[in-house]
Design a protein around this ligand. Structure first.
Ligand code: NAP
Length: 314
């Protein structure tokens, strides 16, 4: 069994930023990068050009950004382990982190396991992923590929409303496809959408198939009241049907909110358990941006450092 002062779980912007801060402060840090719940490096590993991460005037490819973050963390002596956390034992201190091949005893933990954007498991989702299919309008919507085109947003929650409104800046028309006849979204956002002349809404409608050649060209939709299928010309499809935070390994040891996110104390990364902190999308149901996750990684690192110091562990 390994022993350390701090274990960081997760290798997205939150995890790497936290480890840059803690290892640079000479806190013995092990970063468990995972691999089963998603690629090492997190969601940015599946994107192309990231144009809204400050400091990269011409944009930077998502996988390159994550590789650079990892190099920066390793430079300050973070020990990175390519394994998944199977479970945590938070019932006594020091805490135990159970990996698939080893165990780690640690004084503090930062959970930065992110979340997975839900996608519809239908024909075309995987084939056209990042070729017209996306789960993040803020990340991908401004691409020249979507300018003055017909874009579809799937979902009826606040995210779908925000994505649709954002996409009106670029698209010729934004079509919302929602499976029911009322939105789940807050009234204010729903009203803004319904007043926007660039947006039309397909109520009681489901996306059945995504068609195209090397890029999305057409969608098959179905009205679930009449069961009639019809095709629409399309250049892009943005899924806004919720996120699934990666918290399975917690097995109920920390309280989660109604979105499945770890609950943290306001304006901090502190969870209900002393010495256990959370950062990034795993505790953020609202913003879900790499730069926000990185910021929270920094907050968690500072919270963890102060806690370890207060307890006399460092
Ligand atoms: P959400 O509120 O869970 O909404 C998901 C939407 O996707 C729902 O309309 C749902 O349909 C639909 N959906 C789910 N699974 C589907 C499927 N298999 N096929 C078709 N449609 C499906 O998720 P969210 O919009 O990402 O919001 C998450 C949280 O963040 C919420 O608490 C939200 O208020 C918050 N948020 C707030 C803001 C803001 O305040 N500015 C912005 C974004 C998010 P049904 O309606 O039929 O269930």
């Amino acid at each position: 069994m390994k022993k350390t002062k701090l274990v960081i779980i997760g290798s997205g912007p939150a995890g790497y930023t936290a480890s840059i801060y803690t290892s640079r402060s000479n806190i013995q840090t092990i970063l468990v990068e995972g691999f089963k719940s998603g690629p090492i490096g997190g969601q940015l590993m599946t994107t192309t050009l990231v144009e809204n991460f400050p400091g990269f005037q011409d944009g930077i490819m998502g996988p390159v950004l994550m590789a650079n973050m990892k190099k920066q963390a390793l430079k300050f002596n973070t020990e990175a382990i390519e394994d998944d956390v199977i479970s945590l034992n938070l019932s006594s201190h020091p805490y135990i982190v159970n990996l698939s091949k080893d165990k780690i005893e640690t004084k503090a933990i930062i959970i930065a396991t992110g979340s997975i954007a839900r996608k519809l498991d239908i024909e075309g989702t995987e084939k056209f992923w990042q070729k017209g299919v996306s789960t993040c309008a803020v990340c991908d919507g401004a691409s020249y590929l979507f300018r003055n085109q017909d874009i579809f947003v799937i979902g009826g929650g606040d995210s779908a409303m925000e994505e649709a409104l954002f996409l009106t800046k670029f698209a010729s028309k934004v079509h919302i496809v929602h499976r029911r006849d009322t939105f789940k979204a807050s009234k204010i956002l729903a009203e803004r959408v319904m007043k926007n002349k660039k947006i039309d809404i397909f109520w009681n409608t489901e996306l059945i198939k995504i068609l195209g050649d090397d890029f999305v060209k057409e969608l098959t939709l179905k009205n679930n009241k009449t069961n009639k299928e019809f095709n629409m010309k399309a250049r892009g499809v943005f899924f806004a049907i919720g996120h699934i935070p990666n918290t399975k390994f917690l097995e109920g040891q920390l309280p989660l909110d109604s979105n499945g996110c770890i609950i943290t104390e306001k304006k901090s990364s502190k969870t209900e358990k002393e010495g256990v902190f959370a950062a990034g999308d795993v505790s953020d149901p609202i913003y879900k941006q790499a730069i926000v996750a990185a910021g929270y990684g920094c907050i968690a690192a500072i919270d963890a450092e102060r806690w370890l110091s207060k307890k006399g562990y460092i």
